[in-house]
Write a protein that binds this ligand. Structure first.
Ligand code: MN
Length: 252
């Protein structure tokens, strides 16, 4: 398709939690990519693309095949951007080169037409979850990355798997409240980065929230996970409201 005639200038997805055992999800993602190739000029993946990532040296036949799928998308002319989430923050330059995507820092501001938009995975706003914020501060630093990646791959994989089990065990309603974002944290970032639009994932609660703050009205788009039919956010300049959320045609 000729560039410029595609329906979407950009699509935003997150929280696929791709895992080699989940064949249904793999097929859904494959169908999405085929559809995205024809229908968007760019794709933004805002973290937790993989269910777990112990380091780029853990790339196996399965994850290499995912990288090839992304690479095909970029070779077909779709610009692809990836921002790491709390599960795959160890994705680095090696895997990114395989996938052909551009790594984005969390958070970062991108311009879409007249809209200045803050993109983030979203866990930075879960300020009620004190343990996670400690974990986040500990693990996201440069030195942690250097030290952790020096451990044997086996040790890293054991650690990553233990962490995943701990999170599954502690998933309760109270935890769901604690793990949601706080409006104060979002508003603070909106003022700091001079934006009125935020796009994030992480909480798996797809919605568009409007709120007022010192800069005016803020709009926050929350992306869904991919457990069922994903809710996808598209940027389509022909619409009155160019950021459109819906289950686009990635399913039959
Ligand atoms: Mn997350």
């Amino acid at each position: 398709m000729v560039e410029g005639l595609k329906t979407y200038k950009a699509l935003f997805i997150s929280d696929l939690h791709l895992h080699p055992d989940d064949k249904r999800l793999g097929e859904l993602f494959d169908r999405f990519l085929k559809w995205a190739t024809e229908n968007t000029e760019s794709l933004y993946i805002l973290g937790d693309f993989f269910h777990a990532w112990a380091g780029d040296d853990a790339t196996d036949a399965w994850s290499a095949s995912i990288a090839r799928q992304i690479k095909r998308l970029t070779q077909a002319g779709v610009a692809c951007y990836f921002m790491p989430g709390n599960r795959d923050f160890l994705i680095g330059d090696h895997f990114s080169a395989l996938a052909g995507w551009t790594l984005l820092p969390d958070p970062c501001v991108q311009q879409f037409g007249e809209h200045r938009v803050l993109l983030t995975h979203g866990d930075r706003y879960c300020t009620r979850d004190v343990k996670h914020q400690c974990f986040r501060r500990l693990t996201r630093g440069w030195w942690f990355r250097q030290a952790f990646l020096k451990l044997s791959l086996q040790r890293r994989q054991t650690w990553v798997n233990q962490l995943r089990r701990y999170r599954q065990l502690h998933h309760t309603q109270e935890a769901a409240y604690r793990k949601d974002v706080t409006q104060q944290a979002v508003s603070k970032d909106c003022a700091r980065y001079h934006v009125q639009t935020v796009i994030h994932g992480h909480t798996h609660r797809p919605m568009c929230v409007q709120s007022s703050g010192s800069q005016g009205v803020y709009k926050r788009y929350v992306l869904s996970d991919w457990d069922d039919t994903p809710t996808i956010l598209g940027y389509n300049t022909t619409l009155d409201e160019p950021f459109y959320m819906g289950d686009l045609s990635c399913h039959d």
